[in-house]
Write a protein that binds this ligand. Structure first.
Ligand SMILES: [Zn+2]
Length: 438
């Protein structure tokens, strides 16, 4: 069975159709109808989605709620008592956008988030001559079953921390490096990656929203850092965390069984991906898909079908979290006219060539190499944070082209399309959208 598009359900928000079945890793067997085996990776959620500590925010009266936990935190810090009896507080430090991590396992290293106790965090900061105040901590979520409330803190100013934590084999690691190093079938690791992504997005947003956009007054954190407010009494504007929506689409030539893949100059050599672009004010998602495709490649898109979405907190710090909204976009015209300012190249690729590239890419090897690198960084063996080595491994030596790894929605758009043909060669039935003509 090669078809991954095994379920369809109506999206109550968009009235489009979700056609992404999210279950487990599937390795398809070589078929007598196909010249090679194809690896398809199917996840329980995208990387950075499926955060295990934010799914249900407790009611305000609950001791695990943001406001109750913040009051407890305030009492603890003012009374110089470090540890609450219940709930327990765990703090994740970030330095320049990098979460604290540690690594376990020798043969198959696994990274973990570097949670500190509140008391430990306070002592470490005091050793760097930084006073821990409650407003520095940002509420991330809770697990009442474990009796824990989770917080994040930006410790970029406390430079002395790096060495002290390093001596305990903790290290601040780029979130992108952790993303590549995460084993996508390990639910624990995927959960930790999602927590780190959420935390980074909140902390970066705090960094870029220090002043009110309305009156220029200073902003202060509210609701345990889940929002901010202007401190000017005559303004008091409320400011909420920023999310920047981006459409990402695989453009498909249904008649000739091809997909449009593009290359940007910033990509590593031989890497091809989907088209993507920011949504403009006053524009629907479908309109953004059609406009971006037209602007970048000169191709006209007709039907637009929703696939899935992914939080993307590893972009520039000016955009603390993008939301990638993925679509299949069916072409109405086929002639490519590349906008060279936006793209280096765009080409129609046959389904067979895409499948071959997926089969040759060494995503698992790239993941393991990155996990080893994080392990070395935590143990003080390696300092570098460059990603180029990861992508070189990922591409596989034989592949004429490769696609982003399973941590990116682009991978799943491409592999879902490539694998939607059954062994009898008949295209899997696709849902159609009642809004396709909008
Ligand atoms: Zn203001």
């Amino acid at each position: 069975m090669l078809c991954l598009l095994s379920s369809s359900s109506t999206s109550h928000v968009l009235s489009l159709y979700k056609i992404f079945s999210l279950q487990s890793l599937i390795l398809t067997r070589p078929s007598s109808h196909l010249p090679f085996s194809t690896m398809s990776i199917n996840l329980s959620s995208h990387a950075f989605a499926g955060n295990p500590i934010i799914s249900k925010t407790p009611k305000p009266s609950d001791p695990f709620s943001p406001n109750s936990a913040f009051q407890t935190l305030k009492t603890l810090l003012s009374s110089h008592t470090h540890e609450p009896s219940s709930p327990n507080f765990k703090v994740l430090p970030f330095r320049k956008g990098r979460p604290l991590a540690r690594s376990t396992g020798d043969l198959a290293p696994n990274w973990h988030l570097g949670w500190l106790s509140l008391g430990d965090c306070k002592t470490l900061l005091e050793n760097s001559e930084v006073n821990l105040i409650e407003e520095s901590l940002v509420y991330l979520g809770s697990k009442s079953e474990d009796d824990v409330v989770y917080w994040a803190i930006d410790v970029s100013e406390a430079s002395g921390l790096v060495n002290e934590l390093g001596s305990r084999q903790f290290c601040f690691v780029e979130l992108r490096t952790l993303m590549v190093a995460t084993d996508w079938v390990d639910a624990r690791a995927m959960g930790e990656l999602a927590i780190a992504g959420h935390a980074r997005a909140l902390l970066e947003w705090h960094n870029i929203s220090r002043f009110c956009g309305h009156c220029g007054g200073k902003t202060v954190p509210m609701e345990a850092g889940r929002r901010k407010q202007c401190s000017n009494e005559s303004c008091k504007k409320r400011i909420y965390p920023r999310v920047d929506p981006v459409v990402i689409m695989l453009v498909i030539d249904r008649e000739n069984d091809r997909a449009l893949l593009s290359k940007q100059s910033r990509f590593v050599p031989r890497m091809w991906s989907c088209l993507a672009g920011f949504i403009e004010p006053g524009e629907s998602l479908e309109e953004a898909v059609r406009r971006e495709t037209w602007e970048e490649t000169g191709i006209e898109v007709g039907e637009v079908i929703y696939h899935s979405s992914q939080p993307w907190p590893v972009g520039p710090s000016s955009m603390p979290c993008q939301l990638m909204v993925g679509f299949f976009a069916y072409a109405k015209s086929l002639e490519i006219n590349v906008d060279k300012e936006e793209l280096e190249d765009a080409k129609w690729q046959s389904r067979e060539d895409v499948k071959k590239a997926l089969a040759l890419a060494e995503y698992k090897k790239a993941q393991k190499t990155s996990a080893t690198k994080v392990d070395h960084m935590c143990k003080g063996v390696e300092k570098g944070q460059s990603l180029s080595a990861d992508f070189n491994v990922e591409s596989g030596e034989l592949a004429p082209m490769f696609f982003p790894g399973p941590f990116a929605i682009a991978h799943h758009l491409i592999s879902s399309w490539a694998n939607q043909v059954g062994v009898n060669g008949v295209e899997a039935k696709q849902p159609t959208s009642s809004l396709s003509s909008l």
